[in-house]
Design a protein around this ligand. Structure first.
Ligand code: CA
Ligand code: CA
Ligand code: CA
Length: 229
């Protein structure tokens, strides 16, 4: 009898999930990755479909991403374009980013544009309506590192709903490793100190190949001098 009861419950749960999946919603997204430059003009929040099997979680319109302190709130104006016949949201990403991020060469096109300074670089709490939250600490601001949902510092990998992804460098010049507004001897010393294998995230690795070598040095020399005002 007990076994039958368990199977029945499982069957009911399956039917419910299939029903929910077919019907579609927008509540299974979780926070995945946060990124910013020092002044918050280049920033992104990456969401991930959290169950791995919900195919029609496209109805984001009206859902809210909220940062607690400062209180910043973004309401999704539209839902994702994900037709039942050709599209599945499971395990996909949604990219919210500033217009400065969108303007970066090679950056994936954000699905939604959020205001500058949306995140608190010192840390705060994010909420996705009532369905997900992420308590985060200091956001790395070296222009290449991002913060994962588990609090790990990693190489940024913004991915939009279409699956377009890239590693971006958010600096006035690629080789301004310390974000000082100038590429000078300080950056050169940082590069030399990291010479050789440099596992990610590695601020001086200008081409993300895991090693600091002459290619990165040539990039630095080409970048030498002050950033444009
Ligand atoms: Ca990512
Ligand atoms: Ca510098
Ligand atoms: Ca390199």
């Amino acid at each position: 009898m007990k076994r039958t009861h368990v199977m029945t419950s499982a069957a009911v749960a399956s039917i419910l999930l299939i029903s929910l999946s077919a019907q579609g919603g927008g509540h299974t997204w979780v926070f995945n990755e946060l990124f910013s430059n020092p002044d918050g003009t280049i920033m992104f929040i990456e969401l991930r479909e959290g169950t791995g099997f919900m195919c029609q979680e496209k109805n984001l319109a009206g859902f809210i991403v909220q940062n607690a302190v400062p209180l910043n709130q973004y309401t999704f104006p539209t839902s994702l374009n994900c037709p039942v016949a050709t599209c599945c949201t499971a395990n996909k990403f949604v990219l919210l980013a500033t217009s400065g991020f969108a303007a970066l060469p090679g950056a994936p096109t954000p699905d939604y544009i959020i205001p500058d300074g949306f995140l608190n670089l010192a840390g705060s709490t994010l909420h996705y309506s009532i369905y997900a939250q992420m308590i985060y600490g200091a956001v790395p601001i070296d222009g290449v590192s991002s913060l994962s949902s588990l609090g790990a510092v990693t190489v940024n990998s913004p991915t939009n709903f279409n699956g377009d992804t890239a590693n971006v460098i958010a600096r006035c010049k690629v080789a301004d490793f310390n974000q000082s507004g100038s590429v000078n001897v300080t950056d050169l010393l940082q590069l030399l100190a990291s010479w050789g294998p440099c596992p990610p995230p590695c601020a001086a690795d200008t081409d993300f190949n895991g090693i600091i070598n002459v290619t990165d040095l040539l990039t630095l020399l080409a970048d030498w001098g002050d950033c444009p005002p």
